[in-house]
Design a protein around this ligand. Structure first.
Ligand code: CO
Length: 661
């Protein structure tokens, strides 16, 4: 196929001035979206993209993915950045290269299907703000979920890229569900819908090189539009997969700049450029120019994000993904979730439960949001089920999936599970078979109304429509109604340097660990003092060394004997008290049942108010953990005595959500 004798690697030919290839492989760069989403929990800030933006524009990428996926969520939730502003800002620096976004079909950039009115306006606004290519996917490959967004993409004059989520149930391509025929059928459906290109979206890094070759060859014969390949590195196969796909004639592939590549992210562009140099698929990219961009990323940008890298393992590949089929972003989320719940030792059980839950839920492909739905349900099953009962805590999203609210699953859901999930389901106990959005009430006017005190800007309204709780909080920050917390502020290189110095000191043995001494019991001779240091207030207890036995009880010395329960040194106790939960929350006297958070998460809302009667099993709180909503039930009959959090509050495991008395 290639005449390797013609590959003359003179210095000149490293640059952009070498003769063009006959069929250059086109490249989409994912650094600004999937790159940091996969490696750094989507925490990349716009200000950290600007230093290389103009240089990136010079590379010659077919497109740059800069938006969509989880960016919209993390920007307004964790970074205090307006997601819409990012597109407009980057457009000022990147004028030639088209912008691509990842659109989750009717889920847009959220985790559920939104109503048609919101979906249509969202796409219209994304186009108006500067998105050129809409990479559109549906987690179930149910293209009825494209019916609202595609006409808007087309009427905005933009590129509709239809995705087929790549999934397998066997070790390789084949079997009864996800076989070659399945993918051919899906590609034809997309072409019929007017796709300008078709993307094979291998989010879980399952596409083996020879399967890619076969798949691309077949699809190239079948459809006339360009074929694009998106294959995560997680399992380690992707560079080989991309190469075999290139040999099979794939038109476009996805890569990242080296510092944002590999692990759960994507193949790096630099080795691919060298691999194809001088062949008929030569990218034509200047390797030195790429290296210059990498240098800036390495030195000035990445130090701020290094701490977010999952450094629990040395290996950059995860062969486990070939067994449990969990996509990259999901893996780190599951590990974090289990760690926060002190249950990291259960990760193997979760891996074993995942395929079981997936099968029972209709062999759904694992991609946002189905990966989260299956992942969290598997976590819930491992943590809360016992031998007598499975699916003890079913998330709202699993219920929605069972109802048909996400669309049609590749194979039917297990009937017993579906029945259990839909018991008392508010929309009804009989699942739907129509296009999911047909049962959704319009949402846009309600959203406009809910934020009208703050803003009438349609982009703001959409932030609220997609994320009512965190979206409202962000709009309050944006319009100065609330002060953004410290933790949404960016880390600076100075912060990083200061930390690095501490680490170096520790490595050199210059940080001395404090020896822990046992705390003696407090005796009746304890005397309390208020101590003020630099404006800080301490309550200090003093007693003679030797403890209880040696100190005779003398009432006149013991001015604070009644506070013997308090710790002898309590820094800023007064300040802490002010921020504590309402009195009686912990009901130490035992006059109520505390409803505990079974997992760390965010309070979405209380379904019951203070003073309201509840029956055992009634939902009292909706708690969001890893984007999934969990209904927390009343453990007993009674009355809500106290409510300890507000909508939007973050809670830790075992926090008392409310007390029932
Ligand atoms: Co991806």
């Amino acid at each position: 196929m290639y005449d390797h004798d013609q590959v003359k690697m003179t210095d000149m030919h490293y640059g952009k001035d070498r003769p063009p290839a006959e069929n250059p492989l086109k490249i989409e760069d994912l650094t600004f979206r999937d790159g940091h989403q996969s490696l750094f929990a989507t925490r990349g800030r716009t200000e950290d993209m600007i230093p290389v933006a103009e240089m990136m524009d010079e590379v010659g990428f077919w497109a740059m993915e800069v938006w969509g996926g989880a960016t919209f969520d993390t920007m307004h939730r964790f970074l205090n950045e307006d997601p819409w502003q990012r597109i407009r800002t980057l457009k000022k620096y990147i004028k030639k290269t088209p912008f691509s976004m990842l659109l989750r079909g009717q889920n847009l950039v959220g985790y559920r299907n939104y109503a048609d009115d919101v979906a249509a306006v969202f796409v219209e606004r994304a186009a108006a703000n500067g998105i050129d290519i809409f990479r559109t996917f549906d987690a179930l490959n149910d293209y009825r979920n494209f019916e609202t967004v595609v006409p808007v993409i087309k009427s905005s004059g933009k590129h509709f890229q239809g995705c087929i989520c790549y999934s397998i149930t066997e070790a390789r391509l084949g079997g009864n569900v996800f076989n070659l025929e399945y993918y051919k059928k899906k590609a034809l459906e997309l072409q019929t819908m007017g796709a300008d290109s078709i993307c094979i979206k291998d989010m879980a890094s399952l596409l083996a090189p020879y399967d890619a070759y076969r798949l691309v060859k077949e699809l190239k014969k079948l459809v006339s539009v360009p074929i694009h390949l998106h294959s995560h590195f997680t399992s380690g196969m992707a560079p080989m997969t991309l190469l075999k796909a290139a040999e099979a004639g794939v038109d476009i592939v996805d890569t990242c700049m080296a510092p944002y590549a590999y692990r759960t992210s994507h193949t790096a562009i630099e080795p691919l450029v060298m691999t194809l140099l001088g062949t008929n698929r030569d990218t034509g990219f200047d390797i030195k120019h790429l290296a210059a961009i990498d240098e800036i990323l390495e030195r000035e940008i990445l130090p701020k994000y290094r701490h977010l890298l999952d450094d629990t393992k040395v290996s950059v590949i995860d062969i486990g993904v070939l067994l449990h089929q969990t996509p990259g972003g999901m893996l780190s989320n599951l590990v974090n979730q289990l760690r926060e719940m002190d249950a990291l030792d259960k990760i193997e059980q979760v891996y074993a439960e995942l395929p079981r839950v997936r099968k029972e839920l209709g062999q759904v492909p694992l991609v946002t949001p189905t990966s989260q739905i299956v992942g969290i349900q598997a976590v819930n099953n491992v943590l809360f089920d016992d031998e007598s009962e499975r699916y003890k805590m079913i998330t709202s999203q699993v219920k929605d999936l069972c109802y048909g609210l996400y669309g049609k699953t590749p194979v039917p859901i297990y009937p017993q599970l579906q029945k259990k999930a839909l018991k008392d389901y508010p929309r009804g106990e009989v699942p739907i078979t129509c296009r999911p959005a047909e049962v959704l009430e319009p949402e846009l006017e309600k959203a406009r109304d809910a934020v009208k005190e703050l803003t009438s800007d349609i982009d703001d309204v959409l932030i609220y429509a997609l994320y009512p709780v965190t979206g409202k909080r962000f709009l309050n920050w944006k319009y100065g109604k609330e002060k953004p917390p410290e933790d949404v502020k960016p880390r600076t290189l100075e912060d990083v340097r200061a930390e690095q110095e501490l680490i170096e000191k520790a490595k050199a043995g210059k940080l001395i660990e404090k020896k822990e001494k046992p705390v003696p019991d407090k005796g009746p001779g304890l005397r309390m003092f208020n101590v003020f240091v630099d404006g800080e207030y301490f309550e200090v207890g003093v007693q003679e060394a030797g403890g209880i036995q040696q100190t005779p009880y003398t009432p006149d010395r013991s001015t604070a004997s009644s506070s013997g329960e308090k710790p002898s040194v309590t820094p800023s106790r007064a300040v802490e008290d002010a921020g504590e939960k309402p009195d009686g929350a912990l009901s130490p006297s035992g006059d109520g049942s505390a409803v505990l958070a079974p997992m760390p998460g965010m309070v979405v809302r209380y379904e019951k108010q203070q003073g309201e009667r509840v029956q055992q099993g009634d939902t009292v709180v909706i708690l969001e953990a890893m984007k999934m909503e969990n209904a927390i039930k009343a453990p007993v009959n009674g009355t809500i005595k106290s409510i300890n959090f507000r909508s939007g509050d973050t809670v830790s495991k075992n926090d008392v959500l409310c007390v029932i008395g």
